[in-house]
Design a protein around this ligand. Structure first.
Ligand code: GLN
Length: 510
């Protein structure tokens, strides 16, 4: 009686940890949760469950619209906003019997890496307190939970919910997953409907999952990865079938070619080639992170994989391109908060322009204002060619880089080399990289006016490349940092549409 057992644990964890962790901003009515859990328990008893997730308690990032609770996006602009509709991904989970536990803290509109830019204060990493008595929470050193889906990762890590949905534009699911020691999965762009996900950078935004196991991520993905006519960028069933067919044709041919060696090797990754992108070995990686990356490589080799070095030469250009495109799209997306249609409205002046200015100055936090300015700047006629267009070109180069290293064809861009060449060559099925340069930093080191935003942006270099290319990627908790006993994740990346490969490699690492 899955749900019924678990809802107690969730509510107990919330009451024990949430005051410190600050993950749940709004918790659903406990009596409603209880009633739903009882209904679910009856379905389990009578063998009439709606899905394997029937009765599971979910938390949703504050930028996923739900009819029941607020959708604040971590912003004063939307502090009292209640959506008239529910996000497709949330709705699909509810239809599958999932119970809404509440809404989770985040960096304002998804902009940030440490969940410190939130209108209700930072999320604290639960790892320092999980085995302690609540009286001693004050004595621990506060560490970052990562962001922007910090609330989602921290809630799952501290068992306040079974799983959570977050959003990942340039790493916002994977980075907090790495810091908090949970599985953070971002599917290919277009797999999960963005209907009801408040937009940050629309061409990069994805709905992602935070879970305690790779299998849980797959179970949730299988339920919410569906065509949706409400989101024109969500893959149609026909496109999904075409992608599946292209990948299957490829793997059938490959299996035939390697039939003998694979048949004689029962290990889970026999026949799988893993690439290690050299450009991800950046100087900022801590010695412990490097050591764990090497251990990860060894684990994959022991599971039968062939590991080869590969090159994604555009890696150093990706942060600049991401910031240009992401802020440009954000400046456009965030224009809708004008104080008239919904959200915060300044009560200062009554002339139109003044109203906009005051509303937006009061409603948006510092980081969001910085990015709106940056994005507006790169879109001005004087800098459009130098910044925006150049960033688009880099984005295409990044896609080409990945297409060159992956064996699988890219079913969206079309493969530009024959399948036979791909099979013979040393092209790889997945990449293995770190997610973050180190374990969770101290909160005081990433929070406050002394932080240089440029340095902070550069830290995202390990998660941004697959986002620009729209590829599936997952952070798998691999081991505890060798020096401080905090978790750290390794990232598995695969070709567009090949989520199954990400799960397959991820399972071996966990
Ligand atoms: N840290 C990155 C940023 O600040 C990524 C955020 C995200 O994926 N939403 O933009």
């Amino acid at each position: 009686l899955f749900g019924f057992r678990k809802f107690r644990e969730a509510l107990e964890s919330i009451s024990k940890y949430n005051k410190y962790v600050n993950a749940f901003v709004d918790v659903a009515d406990p009596q409603t949760i209880r009633d739903q859990a009882e209904e679910s328990a009856r379905r389990w008893e009578s063998g009439q469950t709606k899905s394997p997730l029937d009765g599971a308690i979910f938390g949703y990032k504050m930028n996923l619209c739900t009819k029941e609770l607020r959708t604040t996006c971590g912003s004063n602009m939307l502090n009292n906003f209640k959506s008239p509709y529910t996000a497709t991904a949330v709705e699909l989970l509810q239809e599958a019997g999932a119970i809404t536990g509440g809404k989770l803290n985040m960096d304002e509109f998804g902009m940030g890496s440490h969940n410190v830019f939130s209108n209700v204060g930072p999320v604290r990493n639960p790892h320092g307190i999980l085995d302690r008595a609540p009286e001693s929470f004050d004595n621990v050193e506060d560490r970052s939970a990562g962001g922007s889906s910090g609330g989602s990762a921290a809630a799952v890590a501290s068992k306040m919910c079974f799983a959570a949905l977050g959003s990942d534009t340039g790493g916002s699911v994977r980075l907090p997953a790495s810091y908090c020691g949970v599985v953070g999965f971002k599917p290919s762009y277009g797999r999960i409907s963005r209907w009801g996900l408040v937009a940050y950078g629309s061409s990069l935004d994805t709905v992602g999952t935070l879970t305690r196991t790779v299998d849980d991520a797959k179970t949730i993905f299988d339920i919410i990865s569906k065509e949706d006519e409400k989101d024109s960028t969500c893959l149609t069933q026909r496109q999904r079938d075409a992608i599946a067919k292209a990948l299957k044709d490829f793997s059938d041919k490959e299996a035939k070619l390697h039939e003998d060696s694979i048949r004689n090797d029962p290990r889970p990754l026999s026949g799988v080639r893993i690439g290690i992108p050299q450009e991800f070995n950046i100087a900022e990686l801590s010695p412990a992170t490097k050591e764990l990356w090497k251990r990860g490589i060894r684990v994959l080799k022991d599971a039968g994989a062939k590991v080869v070095p590969v090159s994604i030469p555009t890696t150093p250009l990706t942060v600049g391109a991401y910031l240009t495109l992401g802020t440009a799209e954000a400046s456009s997306n965030l224009q809708r908060y004008d104080g008239i249609r919904y959200g915060h409205q300044s009560d200062v002046p009554d002339e139109k322009d003044e109203l906009y200015i005051h509303t937006r100055s009061e409603g948006f936090g510092k980081e969001v204002r910085r990015r709106i300015l940056l994005g507006t700047y790169v879109l001005t006629s004087g800098s459009f060619n130098n910044f925006f267009l150049r960033a688009q070109k880099i984005r295409q180069m990044v896609r080409n880089d990945f297409d060159r290293v992956f064996a699988q064809p890219n079913a969206i861009t079309g493969s530009y080399s024959p399948i036979e060449d791909r099979i013979q060559s040393d092209r790889v099925h997945a990449l293995l990289t770190p997610v973050a340069v180190e374990t969770a930093p101290k909160l005081e080191d990433v929070f406050g006016d002394h932080i240089d935003p440029i340095t902070a942006y550069l830290d995202d270099i390990l998660t941004i490349p697959p986002s620009l290319a729209g590829l599936p990627a997952m952070s798998v908790p691999f081991a505890k940092g060798l020096d401080d006993n905090f978790p750290i994740g390794l990232q598995v990346i695969s070709q567009y549409g090949d989520e199954e490969m990400v799960f397959k490699v991820g399972r071996v690492l966990e």
